[in-house]
Design a binder for this molecule. Structure first.
Ligand code: ADP
Length: 351
């Protein structure tokens, strides 16, 4: 096991810089998730740690070794890919053993490790099958088995569940979490799926256009998003954003409704409020014209706009709610549920 340090990391392809001065420290035994929309640089960053992409600037250390110039095979990492990358002509056992065989590990030791990994992953009964005789979930387990037998210092996961159906993804993501906690191997996991990121990661590194927007625990990101980008990306449905100007300790919305802030502020801001934090209240300050509702079982989503404006609002209410289109409903927003961001930079404003 080992910590991983990313120091002022830069990646360019030709003249185009795609990762901009990324810093981060991953603690020994921790699972961190790199999350962000397509093209934000997640895979590039992971592949740089793996040694599959060169480093343009800065430093990557695993433990106390700078690994910038080490070959992938010398970094003591194991990678699990999205497409499993299993050899079709080899049995499960041979697939799991292959990486050890080429490292000239003894037959007895290889057998011991393969049996142990198969036991952990509950795939013992499939050891003599070929990959094509397995389901997607079983193949994914074999791919993980191949990483486990290597007994590496670091696991790297590159969107490993994206080929599975929704139900299996949920099951496998719990299994990965349990497995990683049991083995205690420092891990980096890449996904574009914020729910997967929130449930798996000890901490999340949110990337946007090659910049780190925030690096924190799921709850830190949810409770105190550093930017409007993180605020909109983490949480489902997304946070509502209401443009406002501030005078003293009040935010004045576009329809002139005033919301009380915890302290004084100056200038234009964006007020953020999560759909699940709006409370139905006939005396509430936010009037919403409801256009449609979605009943999801445990809760109902109301979609509409802030009365007198075109600002769209989503509200999540517990239980089953039915609303006729065009109804004006009022909601209260507790001051502690308000997030304030600078209107221009999108950065969180502390008050
Ligand atoms: P993500 O994994 O978040 O979808 P990537 O790391 O694959 O994003 O890509 C980040 C950026 O780098 C993208 O703009 C992509 O077009 C660019 N990029 C990735 N690989 C190459 C390459 N080999 N040559 C040029 N540009 C690349």
């Amino acid at each position: 096991m080992a910590s991983i340090t990313l120091k002022d990391l830069v990646k360019s392809y030709g003249d185009t810089e795609v990762l901009h001065h990324v810093d981060g420290q991953i603690i020994d035994g921790e699972l961190i998730v790199i999350v962000g929309p397509s093209g934000c640089g997640k895979s590039t960053l992971l592949r740089m740690v793996a040694g599959l992409e060169s480093v343009t600037g800065g430093e990557i250390s695993i433990g106390d070794r700078v690994v910038n110039d080490l070959e992938p095979a010398d970094r003591d990492i194991a990678m699990v890919f999205q497409n499993y990358a299993l050899y079709p002509h080899m049995s499960v056992r041979e697939n799991m053993a292959y990486g050890l065989k080429i490292r000239k590990i003894s037959k007895a030791e290889i057998n011991r490790r393969v049996e142990e990994a198969a036991d952990i992953l509950e795939i013992k009964q499939y050891l003599d099958r070929k990959p094509r005789q397995l389901s997607g979930g079983q193949r994914q387990r074999v791919a993980m088995g191949r990483a486990i037998v290597r007994d590496p210092q670091v696991f790297l996961f590159d969107e490993p569940l994206s080929n599975l159906d929704a139900k299996l993804r949920v099951q496998m993501r719990l299994e990965i979490r349990k497995l990683q906690q049991r083995l205690g191997v420092t891990s980096i996991y890449v996904t574009h799926d914020q729910v997967e990121a929130m449930t798996l990661g000890d901490r999340l590194m949110v990337l946007n256009g090659g910049y780190v927007e925030q690096f924190g625990t799921p709850i830190e990101l949810y409770d105190r998003p550093a930017t409007t980008f993180v605020a909109g990306f983490i949480g489902s449905p997304s946070m509502n954003f209401l443009p406002a100007k501030t005078t003293g300790t009040q935010a004045i919305l576009r329809n002139q409704v005033a919301l009380d802030l915890a302290g004084p502020l100056q200038g234009p801001v964006t007020i953020g409020v999560r759909p699940e934090h709006l409370r139905e209240d006939p005396a509430g300050s936010l009037a919403v014209v409801v256009q449609l509702f979605e009943q999801l079982g445990a809760n109902t989503l109301l979609h509409g706009h802030l009365d007198g404006t075109e600002t769209e609002i989503v509200v999540s209410l517990p239980g089953h709610v039915t609303v006729e289109a065009g109804t004006v409903m009022r909601f209260a927003v507790p001051a502690e549920a308000l997030h304030v961001f600078d209107a221009e930079s999108g950065k969180r404003v502390e008050i």
